[in-house]
Design a protein. Sequence first.
Length: 400
Amino acid sequence: MVPDLIVLRLGELVLKGRNRHRFEKAVYDQIRKKLRPYDQLSFNRDFGRVYVELNGEPYEEISLHLKKILGLTSFSPVYTAPLELAPIQSTAVEAMRKLGYLPGSFKVSVKRVNKSFPHDSQEMNKLVSAAVLREMPGLKVNVNQPEVELKVELREERSLIYSQVEAGAGGFPLGTNGKAMLMLSGGIDSPVAGFLAMRQGLKIEAVHFHSYPYTSERSQQKVKDLVSKLAEYGGDIKLHLVPFTNLQTRVHQSYSQNLLITILRRAMFRITEKLADANDASAIVTGESLGQVASQTLGSMNVIGRAVEIPVIQPLICMEKQQIIRIAEMIDTFNISILPHEDCCTLFLPPSPSTNPNLRVVKSIEKQMDWLEHEMDQAVSQTETIWIQAGQQSEFSNFF
Ligand code: ATP
Ligand code: MG
């Protein structure tokens, strides 16, 4: 038995009123776009839900796409039966078997839309659960807190039967809350920060600083691969590759002590802010997590953050590493992130970077670098921008 349709639930708990309409339209558009290659599908919208008739298209394959649609709360494969008791009962049993495990408890919820059907919903609840219990001994009914709810909708021309609920990506539909620049390294954290920002409805453009030839092409390829993974949720993503070598070398030549990292990171933020302005983005997203390394103490973050006026969003700030890793595994960036790479910031690292820099001192050092502004503008003007699509990963991970 294969499903005949899919019922999709859009972010029903999240919003009210006018926003909700906008939200549903955005998710719906995204669903249509992602499923465009399956041309036999037909769609019906209905109060926060979408019914997709499969017409022979493959459910399993389609479900993999659905799991990556932002704003989609959950979905269920639906089996249909004619409006007659016996086929409804046998389809209900099959739908329960399709779960692939024996749940601790269940209940049947029948909704009779077609009032000409001879049994009312109360009777049907009993008739269907009796059939299921007969075929699946050991199963228990729990009407208050069932582990599984077997739903039967008696429609005008047929009945819809389903029990399985698959999680969608949840959150807000893509881009409904504006656009931000994601500062993306090759590490574990920033791709996760990017995913969480996207799930919160932000469209992102990625910004990566490289110090080629001190950092290799491979490090850049790695970043492209990470962006390609994020693009599975967000459609094509713009990646800005910023050459940081000149600025970095020059800063290092004139100052190479414990505030070096602070100064370089402030420059990175300033450049990203310039790119944000040029690309109509209204925030910067980074992958900092409080306390993780020297530049991620509150003191450092205070001094670094003050380099810019634009809001800086740090989705991971209060998260534990384990939690971050779990998300990285879920979105499939973890295995790319753990490949070896050089990060521009770890080059020329001073022996003891300051964990509590002084803003006044930092500003006065920067002031002496009267060429700094010019170098930042140079970096912006030499930035290379490319579009990255989903499924564009290189074979690069096989090199290791
Ligand atoms: P990640 O795992 O994301 O690399 P991290 O724990 O290594 O983060 P840092 O190296 O201190 O931490 O970097 C903090 C944040 O600064 C990163 O999460 C990222 O947003 C940004 N960042 C660091 N290096 C780069 C880079 N080369 N290009 C763009 N952004 C960067
Ligand atoms: Mg890093």
